[in-house]
Write a protein of this length. Structure first.
Length: 379
């Protein structure tokens, strides 16, 4: 069974303004004092952030229990401090320049990237999917490239920035385009080609180490995984698990194809870099509200139809992993209620900042259970 792991970034916000609250050091201390969470807790770039770098999973239900448990612990610590624990791509409002966690590497990044850091107040969801080796990782990367616009659209959760509705569903995606590397990576011939080309980036444009590769898709340098990085941090664990399940199925599907290397190369060649760049911008703008680039048709298609078609393509892999029921329920809920971006925008339109706060407080700990309905413990 193909393994996966999840990295979720959480940000603490002032309850009145929803601007970052720099209390992560306290919460990090509480997490690392807990036997259950100490090994999966990481400091993050901002003094208002902590990260859950999960254990390795093969099972959807075990992953859900872990993700929801971590979220509840973080939310409880935030409540003790009188702040909000939020899972969102961007804070709804923010300061002119962020407070940075006191780590030497982070301070070096600030010096190297200068004014870019003013708007680098972002929270992401990264999903690692296990691969046999780096050669297989490059095959999976090439096969996944055409699907990145759809994956970006379904994971948008950052419509608000500096107190305003940007009219983009994925404003985090737009802000990341300023970095030395961003968006979808190019196609690669093989692992040697990948390693040679990323090595040439070092020392240029602030790229002091390979951990700064900000592509939406990359091979891990310390784990036997391919890492999907296109997603905003998600309001609830269910949507996180939806994204994790479909990208795991996509990797399994790609590597199981006869002549997988040639099939992946052909798929990438059909979607050249300039088309992918435009399609990712389109996804950041509209999310799932309108049309999205669909590799199955080679052009724009209604977003709901594209997502349904994508899940149908992966049905065998999802069934074999035991994920098909949970994915079907989560997709139906997304098409009915909208992405995180749509839900945030609706809350902001109805109730302003207090409305968004209520949404964040209710969703960060929500547990929709195996059948998509909130369990008693989450009401």
């Amino acid at each position: 069974m193909t393994t996966f792991g999840v990295e979720e970034e959480f940000q603490f916000l002032d309850p009145e303004t929803l601007r970052p609250a720099n209390v992560a050091a306290y919460v990090f201390g509480a997490l690392t004092s807990s036997p259950e969470w100490r090994d999966v807790t990481h400091k993050e770039f901002l003094a208002s952030q902590v990260e859950h770098a999960s254990a390795v999973f093969t099972d959807h239900d075990r992953a859900r229990a872990s993700l929801v448990g971590f979220r509840r612990f973080v939310a409880d610590r935030a409540s003790e401090l009188g702040v909000v624990a939020a899972s969102t791509g961007t804070p709804p409002d923010t300061s002119p320049f962020p407070a940075i966690t006191d780590v030497q590497r982070y301070h070096r990044i600030v010096r190297d990237m200068a004014g870019v850091i003013a708007d680098h107040q972002l929270n992401g969801l990264h999903v690692h999917v296990g691969v046999p080796d780096r050669e297989a990782g490059v095959v999976a990367l090439n096969a996944a490239r055409p699907w990145m616009p759809l994956l970006t659209a379904m994971s948008t959760n950052s419509p608000l920035w500096r107190g305003h509705d940007t009219d983009y569903d994925g404003w985090r995606t737009i802000l990341l385009r300023r970095w030395t590397t961003s968006g979808c990576p190019p196609a690669f011939v093989d692992a040697a080609d990948y390693d040679r080309r990323i090595a040439r980036l070092l020392g240029i444009g602030g790229m002091k180490d390979l951990a700064l590769l900000a592509w939406d898709l990359r091979l891990s340098e310390h784990l036997p995984t391919i890492e999907f990085r296109m997603a905003d941090a998600q309001l609830d664990a269910e949507t996180t698990l939806l994204i994790a399940a479909v990208v795991r199925a996509l990797v399994t599907h790609a590597l199981a194809k006869p002549e997988a290397t040639d099939a992946a190369a052909d798929a990438s060649a059909d979607v050249p870099p300039e088309l992918l760049s435009a399609a990712l911008m389109h996804s950041a703008r509209f999310g799932m509200r309108r049309e999205v680039f669909d590799p199955a048709t080679g052009g724009l298609a209604p977003a709901g139809e594209a997502l349904t078609r994508f899940v149908r393509i992966l049905e065998r892999e999802l069934t074999e992993a035991g994920d098909v029921e949970a994915v079907s329920e989560a997709v139906a809920r997304m098409l009915r209620e909208g992405t995180g971006a749509e839900r945030q925008r609706a809350a902001f339109s109805r109730g302003g900042i207090p409305g968004v706060r209520r949404l964040m407080e209710s969703t960060v700990v929500a547990d929709h259970g195996r059948h998509g309905e909130p369990t008693a413990s989450s009401r």
